[in-house]
Design a protein around this ligand. Sequence first.
Ligand code: ARG
Length: 466
Amino acid sequence: EHLALWGGRFTSGPSPELARLSKSTQFDWRLADDDIAGSRAHARALGRAGLLTAEELNRMEAALDELQRRVDSGAFAPIEDDEDEATALERGLIAIAGDELGGKLRAGRSRNDQIACLIRMWLRRHSRIIARLLLDLAAALIEQSVKAGTAVMPGRTHMQHAQPVLLAHQLMAHVWPLLRDVQRLVDWDKRIDASPYGSGALAGNTLGLEPVAVARELGFTKVTENSIDGTASRDLVAEFAFVAAMTGVDISRLSEEIIIWNTQEFAFVRLDDAYSTGSSIMPQKKNPDIAELARGKSGRLIGDLTGLLATLKGLPTAYARDLQEDKEAVFDQVDTLEVLLPAFTGMVATMTFDTDRLEAEAPTGFALATDIAEWLVKNGVPFRHAHELSGACVKLAEGRGQELWDLTDDDFVTVFKDFLPADLAPQVREVLSTQGSVTARSGKGGTSPARVREQIACARTTVESL
Ligand code: ARG
């Protein structure tokens, strides 16, 4: 079989050790369908160039159809001696079409342009599946945001109570990065939309083939402009790998939040039984495994990206066998995301929030201190002083083990005395409510109910447009 590919100048086939090292069918066989589609388009290009007669082209297409059927049914599969999916498929084709005709298909193409094209075809198809799954997740988060209505919760920075926010606002903060991941895929697709077929090994081909027609048949609108770049570059594979890794990171951040919210101490969220797991020893346990697996798998998605980048670094610019290493990285990412996202979306769609508890916690920890400072600013106090006066209120309350709204009118009069008249000072109570606090944050992108409604509508439009 090896002699069939490059026998001419060799006196022996590869050593068994080389054959084992070289072999890639165990992972690249999944490109078989794309390879056969490429072969069909290439056969037609050979026909148009007069290198296959009409009769030969007919027989070639019938043989490729038969090969596809055998691949589909499993009747044809790689054997030990096949180096890669292309070698295996050539063996299969020759078994059907015979040596003479089967051996003609390889004219004017190399496994270098072939494999560069196949990885593009395969990734484009799966990028669409992943984009769809991401939109499903975004839609589930949007639905939860709608369901949350005007429920409030503690907003945190540094994990400390900061300012109250709408639960919907916090959930929607996870929607936008996911939509950007989808937009990245859509944008990436424009760049990867060029077929390397016709680049040959690196310099192009002498046979007068029309790569534009081949590209069209394979779903590309263009052909790569430079045959060396077409066969040697994998930046677009790496760009996909970045989006996959970024998606993992975005989901991991949400996971971390869900895991914390699901602890007994927080008790903000409950996960549905169908999307949680138990313990083999502790009967009481209900664990957020989906979120933990998502957090864990994000590490693996990042590893795939960094491994690929390390492979590409320092390669001379034309095909080198190192490039065979591009595939497992992105195959692993796609496999990971395609099982992870549906489970993750199910968990998100079915989780329920304890909105009473969220509301009770929202203003605690002096989360309304900024509202006091901003109320003082509206009453003419320079912010630097307002910040200090509000801080003095916090200090007073904290010292007594109280919250800000427990301070008396006299307390406010005393603290504000250098800046506000005594009849005005107690009116600060107007802003000492969670509802007042969130409603007042009414600037674009803020957490007020009206702005969050606007935000949800905008996200829905974006989902529909993608
Ligand atoms: N299996 C190789 C890859 O995946 C393609 C074969 C190219 N081999 C060669 N000797 N030029 O990149």
